[in-house]
Write a protein that binds this ligand. Structure first.
Ligand SMILES: [Mg+2]
Length: 396
C-alpha cells in the first residue's frame, strides 16, 4: 500500500487566525464562540493556551469563562476565516486536484500520480506544511498514511504542529493501544456499547469477530472490524469547490507572436469567465499553461486577495503571468488559462470588488446566449484562426 493519502488539519484554526491578525493575542488563551452578547452559546475554538485550563470546543461559554476567566473571548469573524481557508486550499491545490474538503480547515488529499512532479508523499506533506507556515503564518498538522482513516488519525496523534506518518508495517503497533473513540465514527453511544463488552482499546476490538461486532452495532460492525485493523477503502471524493475552470487550445503551427498569443488568451479568458458566470462562481487564482514546440510544459499561477468573475481580470492576470515570467521566449504549441480557488458568488460581499467589469461581462453573456457566440467580439480578439482545437476543462 502506498502512502498516498494526506490529511491536513489546521491547529485551533479560528483562534490561530485571530492571533495572526492581532499579535498581542499570541500565546494567550483565546476563546472563539458565542454571540458576543453575554454568555450564551458554545465554544467553537479554543487556543492551545486556553485548552490547558480544560476549555474545549462545544463547551458552553459560561463554563469556559469559569475555567479561564482571563481568556480573551471573541465572537468570531467567519468571513475572515473563509478567506484564509481559501488560501489554505489554494496551497493544497498546487500539489493535487484530488482534494476532499471536510471542513473549513480540514481536507484529504490523494497524491497518487503527483510524485513525478513533486516527489514522494512525505516531501509533499512537508511542503504543504511549510508553505502554510511561510505564506500564512499558521500551523497545520499533517497526517500521512495509506488510507483516509489512518491519515486522519495520524494528523491528530502529534497535534499541535504535528507531522505523523503511519506506514503499513506500523499499523498494529500504533493502533492497538489507542482508546476506541480514536476511531472516526465512534461516538459516545458506540463507545459505551463497546466498553460494556470490555473493549477499551482498538486492540481489544480485534479480539471480536466480524459477526459479533455486527450483532452489537449493525452495519457499522463491518466497518469497525476493518478500521480496527487499519483497513479503509473509502476513496478521496473530490469536492466541487476545489476544482478549477479552464480552457486551452493547441495551435496549428507553433506561435511566438505575442500579439496573436494575447488575442487567443483573451478569447480563452472570455470562455473561462463565461463559464464562471454561468455557474455563479468566482475565483481568486488565475493559472496559465504553456506547452512549447519541444513539448516542455509550464504552469504559472497567481492569487489575488479578492475574488473575481470578469473576463478582463482573468485576461490581465494571465497576461501579467506570461510577461512577468518571460514565457514567450520560444514558440508556443499550446496555450491554456484557468481560474481556481473557486467559491460561490453568494458568499461574496458585492461591495468588495468593482462590479463594473462583472456587470459588462454579464450583459455580453446575455447577448451571446441570445444571438450566438460571435455576435459580440472584443476588438483585440479578432478571432484567431490558427487555433485548431479548443478544449474545455473542469478539473485540471
Ligand atoms: Mg482543525
Amino acid at each position: 500500500m502506498a502512502l498516498d493519502i494526506i490529511h491536513v488539519d489546521m491547529d485551533a484554526f479560528y483562534a490561530a487566525v485571530e492571533q495572526k491578525d492581532n499579535p498581542e493575542l499570541q500565546g494567550k488563551p483565546v476563546i472563539i464562540g458565542g454571540t458576543g452578547l453575554g454568555d450564551r452559546g458554545v465554544v467553537s475554538t479554543a487556543s492551545y493556551a486556553a485548552r490547558q485550563y480544560g476549555v474545549h470546543s462545544a463547551m458552553p461559554i459560561k463554563e469556559a469563562r469559569k475555567l479561564c476567566p482571563d481568556a480573551v473571548f471573541l465572537p468570531g469573524r467567519m468571513e475572515r476565516y473563509q478567506e484564509i481557508s481559501q488560501c489554505i486550499f489554494e496551497i493544497m491545490s498546487r500539489f493535487t486536484p484530488r482534494i476532499e474538503k471536510i471542513s473549513i480547515d480540514e481536507a484529504f488529499l490523494d497524491v497518487k500520480g503527483c510524485h513525478r512532479l513533486f516527489g514522494p508523499s512525505r516531501k509533499i506533506g512537508k511542503k504543504i506544511k511549510t508553505s502554510i507556515k511561510q505564506e500564512l503564518d499558521l500551523v497545520a498538522s499533517i497526517g500521512l498514511a495509506p488510507n483516509k482513516f489512518l491519515a486522519k488519525l495520524a494528523s491528530d496523534l502529534e497535534k499541535p504542529d504535528g507531522f505523523k506518518v503511519i506506514r503499513e508495517d506500523e499499523i498494529a503497533e500504533i493502533l492497538d493501544p489507542l482508546p476506541v473513540d480514536k476511531i472516526w465514527g465512534v461516538g459516545e453511544k458506540t463507545e459505551e456499547i463497546l466498553q460494556n463488552q470490555g473493549m477499551r482499546t482498538i486492540g481489544d476490538i480485534k479480539q471480536f469477530s466480524e459477526q459479533e461486532l455486527t450483532s452489537l452495532l449493525g452495519q457499522f460492525g463491518h466497518q469497525l472490524y476493518k478500521l480496527a485493523r487499519g483497513h479503509d477503502d473509502r476513496a478521496v471524493q473530490v469536492s466541487e469547490e476545489c476544482k478549477s475552470i479552464s480552457h486551452e487550445t493547441t495551435f496549428r503551427r507553433d506561435l511566438q507572436d505575442s500579439e496573436k498569443i494575447f488575442s487567443v488568451l483573451m478569447a480563452l479568458s472570455d470562455k473561462v469567465g463565461r463559464r464562471l458566470r454561468k455557474k455563479s462562481l468566482c475565483g481568486k487564482t488565475v493559472f496559465i499553461k504553456i506547452r512549447y514546440g519541444d513539448f516542455t510544459t509550464l504552469t504559472r499561477q497567481t492569487t489575488s486577495p479578492q475574488a473575481f468573475y470578469d473576463t478582463k481580470t482573468i485576461y490581465e492576470q494571465g497576461k501579467k503571468l506570461i510577461q512577468n515570467h518571460g514565457l514567450l521566449d520560444k514558440p508556443v504549441r499550446l496555450l491554456g488559462i484557468g481560474v481556481s480557488s473557486l467559491i460561490a458568488r453568494h458568499h461574496l460581499q458585492l461591495s468588495l470588488f468593482s462590479d463594473q467589469d462583472g456587470a459588462v461581462a454579464e450583459t455580453v453573456d446575455k447577448i451571446k446566449d441570445q444571438f450566438g457566440e460571435k455576435s459580440i467580439v472584443r476588438a483585440n480578439q479578432l478571432i484567431h484562426k490558427n487555433s485548431k482545437q479548443s478544449e474545455q476543462k473542469e478539473d485540471s
